[in-house]
Ligand binder design. Structure first.
Ligand code: ATP
Ligand code: MG
Length: 574
């Protein structure tokens, strides 16, 4: 491709609309343009990258027996009502109606659609397993669309769904896809961690997210400093604190006035104690059950862990009326002392603490010198807090670290959640009708582009991994009016093209500085410069974008040198 013909509107200036470096570079390098909040056009260079990422996804999915199809983006409401998700998915789904007033949603994900297809077409265990996937535009009315392609409202996703006859085989499919995902991200030049993810009450480690470690990531993950334990913070567990039962001398319990002091920071300042010495008593409602959840003042409650502990979905903080009816005090003064009639669940970290401050179950009062066992009882000890830096690892004696990450993929064991709700059954070997066992697998195909740039750039621009670079080589004649330079550049351009190399020729009548800046901004992995020196020395200058390394090779060796570089770098993770 000749640069003079390429639709490549690069920008010198920092675009105002972008916060993240990857977003800025995508705009500056002419990969994308914004149409509306979270809605982007892919310009030719961006589309080439998207196509390459998609191709890698397709190759790895096909290699494990996946079959690509394409499902509609327009979803009839009735299908989503069968699973209750028309309501439950909420305002994230774009909804519209047709001229006959029938309701539709724009697909944010396709479990209902694929399950409907399979229930109508697949009858027998002989037709299983099935691993179906698509790469398609998804629509989600995100609350905060931002970071360009990273959190968009219209974006490209690879979504896959598997149908197996039993759990054992479904687990094998899960494992296959898990491995394929690793290959996909590596081939795209990403380093990643697969972390345990929250899967609601389905339980186990039935879900993993693939995270690219990056400061710009919107997700937090807990990683063990020693073993391979890795979990999304929503899911992360911790081991019991090692200093438990090391309590010192217990002081006397007394009730003190704390007028109007409800929040941890207010009480700790007023009583001059550290937040770590306070017990937060949170009253939760789950269905018809009310429970008290105790954590320390500097901790946060992890509602998913609380849900698993009490075995009920979606516990919610209780309303003020419920709080005052169970504690006898207005909200802000709940505490475990004298609290009866509801189950008290306490985080394990409270066990070894002593002389604590707790709510007084009385307006404007707190207890000081509160001690477990002597002053209050606990029904269930559990791990219910959000893990913090340096908490102990649940798998080994070492500590956890908290890191930020970009979620690029997600694999999830669904079991029979959708097949049961939608009556999707097959006849098994034993003649029995059974619901399909399903897994669901997603990759943020367009988000990958953002994640790659976020983790692979320098002050001059993007550094594309070879496998997804829009072009592999750029040929830059210093002076296009110099006949010898031009002829040689054209010859090299044609020669490399004939070898199947994807090559750009910067035939623009621009100053060399501008050409170099552009080639670095758009991140082409290999640059060939043709100038006066080339004539004199007979050596062609090749430079490598990632390392800045320069090589000089005679013309007759150029093709093989370039082919070698393309092959080497294609297999390299950035
Ligand atoms: P997130 O927590 O980031 O919103 P999610 O859990 O909603 O992601 P899934 O429903 O599992 O995401 O979708 C599969 C993949 O699609 C995600 O792993 C992510 O890479 C990508 N993805 C999700 N939402 C967006 C978005 N708004 N823009 C771009 N990619 C997205
Ligand atoms: Mg989301």
């Amino acid at each position: 491709m000749k640069m003079s013909k390429l639709f490549l509107p690069t920008l010198f200036e920092e675009p105002h609309e972008a916060e993240l470096i990857s977003h800025k570079l995508m705009l500056r390098a002419g990969l994308i343009r914004r149409l509306a909040s979270g809605v982007y056009s892919y310009l030719p260079l961006g589309y080439r990258v998207l196509t390459k990422v998609s191709r890698i996804v397709e190759e790895e999915m096909d290699a494990i027996g996946g079959q690509q199809l394409l499902l509609p983006a327009l979803h009839p409401k009735e299908l989503w009502e069968e699973t209750g998700r028309w309501q439950a998915y909420g305002p994230d789904m774009f909804k519209l109606s047709d001229r006959r007033n029938r309701d539709f949603g724009l697909g944010p994900t396709h479990e209902e659609i694929i399950t409907d297809l399979v229930r109508s077409e697949v009858r027998s265990y002989r037709q299983l397993p099935l691993l179906l996937y698509q790469i398609q535009t998804k629509f989600r009315d995100e609350i905060r669309p931002r970071f360009g392609l990273m959190r968009a409202r219209e974006f490209q996703m690879k979504d896959g769904y598997s149908f197996d006859a039993d759990q054992e085989r479904a687990d094998k499919t899960y494992e296959l896809v898990y491995q394929a995902y690793g290959k996909i991200f590596s081939r795209c030049g990403l380093s990643f961690r697969a972390v345990e993810a929250e899967s609601g009450l389905i339980g186990g480690s039935a879900s993993h997210e693939f995270m690219v470690p990056a400061e710009a990531g919107e997700d937090l993950m807990a990683l063990c400093s020693s073993c391979d334990y890795a979990a999304n913070l929503e899911r992360a567990e911790c081991g019991e604190p090692s200093d438990k039962h090391q309590r010192g001398e217990l002081s006397e319990l007394s009730l003190v006035d704390t007028p109007g002091m409800k929040r941890v920071d207010e009480v700790s300042r007023f009583l001059n104690v550290k937040p770590e010495q306070l017990v937060k008593t949170l009253i939760y409602k789950a269905g018809d059950e009310v429970v008290a959840a105790l954590i320390l003042g500097h901790q946060e409650l992890n509602e998913s862990k609380l849900a698993r502990t009490i075995g009920r979905a979606e516990p919610e903080l209780a309303d003020p009326e419920t709080i005052s009816s169970v504690t006898g005090a207005p909200a802000g003064f709940a505490g475990p002392i004298g609290l009866t009639g509801i189950k008290i669940i306490a985080d394990n970290s409270i066990k070894g603490q002593f002389n604590l401050v707790t709510g007084g179950n009385k307006a404007d009062a707190h207890y000081i010198g509160a001690n477990y066992d002597r002053d209050f009882q606990v029904d269930v000890w559990a791990d219910i807090k959000v893990v913090q830096e340096n908490d102990s690892c649940p798998r080994c004696p070492e500590q956890l670290e908290i890191h930020r990450g970009i979620e690029v993929g997600h694999v999830f064991k669904l079991g029979t959640k959708y097949s049961q709700a939608m009556g999707a059954v097959f006849v098994d070997e034993d003649g029995q009708e059974k619901p399909f066992i399903m897994d669901t697998f997603g990759i943020g195909v367009s988000r990958i582009i953002g994640a790659v740039i976020e983790t692979s750039h320098d002050e001059n621009g993007i550094i594309w991994p070879m496998a997804i670079a829009p072009y592999q080589v750029i040929v830059v004649p210093i002076n296009v009016h110099d006949e010898e330079q031009w002829d040689l550049s054209l010859k090299i351009y044609q020669m490399l093209q004939a070898e199947g190399i994807e090559v750009l020729l910067d035939d623009r009548d621009e100053r060399p500085g501008r050409k170099f800046t552009d080639s670095e901004l758009i991140g082409i992995p290999i640059r060939i410069v043709i100038g006066n020196k080339t004539k004199k020395t007979g050596q062609i200058e090749i430079s490598i974008r990632r390392t800045g390394e320069k090589r000089f090779v005679p013309l007759e060796d150029l093709s093989s040198e370039i082919k070698g570089l393309v092959a080497v770098f294609r297999n390299q993770v950035s």
